[in-house]
Ligand binder design. Structure first.
Ligand code: SAH
Length: 358
């Protein structure tokens, strides 16, 4: 079915819907009724909107469409992490990961089909980017995750497939709808955007007035290593990135978390640690160490446990708030950087590859 001329309803803000409603000759309060159906009752089609006249439902369905993420498959790890493969309305596939904890139900969402940034150790970028997700599809991912959990989502992290700041407008639109008290009503501080270091995106975020958390993927304490690991560093150097982050922190009074994937012998030496400490004591920030999830496409090895522990101790001693993300869901390939390529290689690469059992 061709949806190209219709707009995803979950990407439309309340004021925009109110304007559309009045232009369609209907009462403005209908927009709020629609939003209640979408975000409180979370109906999945127009027929579910029982207090709307049939004529209005027909008008709506000729202009808007539900993102309707179709669940292709689910894999569950021993730790309870679940990876869901979702088919979008145009047939493209994305993945989202549900990470339950005692007091949280987190969903890790994708912002693009593929990624163009090509970090050496990340599986999501190995096949390039196919397209951006629309805001309505991103909100649709969160709603689908909530259906899967059967319980309310408490945290959303943009750490799935794609670079959020390469799809800036749609990501921010989705964040506003998720955050809207009349919409999904999720506190901004429970939403984390992670960027590989797209400097203009960080600068734009300064003026959004959003209290969302910002994570920056650092992964190296000098340009030589960062150039080799992350092609984005050629466009925006480490110095430019750190200066942008310093100004962001100063202006927004919000603390950035730096992500640091630890790769044995590549970015975990004594010198790397010393350089990292210099870098991260320039302004208040946090660091999250992520022992590399080893992937087929990259021959780097994860750091030794004692190296990770040494990093934690020394960073903490230097006054830097440090956390570690020991990988959850490794057995279902749901760890960072393992999304997409396994199941989606087929749809992107034209050459036939053996069917993966999911
Ligand atoms: N494009 C964004 C968000 C997606 S990735 C970004 O780069 O921040 C989310 C995090 O997982 C990033 O910090 C990314 O660098 C990290 N990551 C990717 N592949 C990984 C791997 N194989 N092992 C550990 N972390 C990885």
């Amino acid at each position: 079915m061709d949806h190209s001329d219709r707009i995803f309803i979950h990407g439309v803000s309340l004021p925009e819907l109110q304007e559309w409603i009045t232009q369609a000759g209907e009462q403005k309060y209908r927009a709020m009724q629609i939003w209640e159906w979408l975000y409180h009752h979370q109906v999945e089609d127009w027929d579910g909107m029982k207090n709307l006249p049939k004529t209005l439902r027909e008008k709506l369905s000729s202009s808007f469409v539900f993102a309707a993420l179709e669940r292709e498959s689910v894999q569950e790890s021993e730790t309870g992490t679940r990876k869901i493969l979702c088919r979008l309305t145009d047939g493209e596939l994305i993945e989202e990961v549900l990470i339950p904890a005692a007091d949280r139900r987190t969903v890790c969402v994708s912002s693009q089909v593929g990624c163009m940034f090509g970090c050496a150790f990340c599986a999501s970028g190995q096949l390039g980017v196919k397209r951006n997700l629309k805001a309505g599809e991103i909100v649709g991912e969160v709603l689908a995750a909530q259906r899967e959990y059967g319980d309310r989502i408490t945290n959303v992290v943009f750490m799935g497939i794609g670079e959020p700041f390469d799809n800036y407008d749609e990501v921010i639109r989705a964040v506003r709808i998720l955050n809207d008290p009349d919409g999904f009503c999720l506190g901004a501080r429970r939403i984390t955007i992670s960027t590989c270091g797209v400097v203009p995106g960080i600068q734009r975020m300064e003026d959004e007035g959003l209290q969302v958390e910002l994570s920056v993927s650092l992964h190296a304490p000098n340009d030589t290593t960062r150039d080799a690991l992350m092609p984005v560093n050629v466009s925006w150097s480490l110095e430019e990135l750190m200066e942008t982050c310093r100004i962001y922190t100063l202006r927004t009074k919000r603390i950035i978390t730096f992500e640091y994937t630890m790769i044995r012998g590549i970015n975990d030496t004594e010198q790397d640690l010393a350089d990292l400490i210099v870098l991260l004591t320039r302004f208040p920030c946090r660091v999250n160490l992520i022992p590399l999830s080893e992937i087929e496409e990259y021959d780097g090895r994860t750091s030794k446990r004692e190296t990770v522990e040494k990093f934690i101790n020394r960073l903490e001693k230097a006054g830097i708030n440090t956390t570690v993300r020991w990988s959850k869901g490794v057995d279902v390939n749901a760890a960072c950087g393992q999304l997409r390529s396994k199941s989606m290689g087929n749809s992107l690469r034209m050459k036939p590859v053996p069917q993966q059992s999911l």
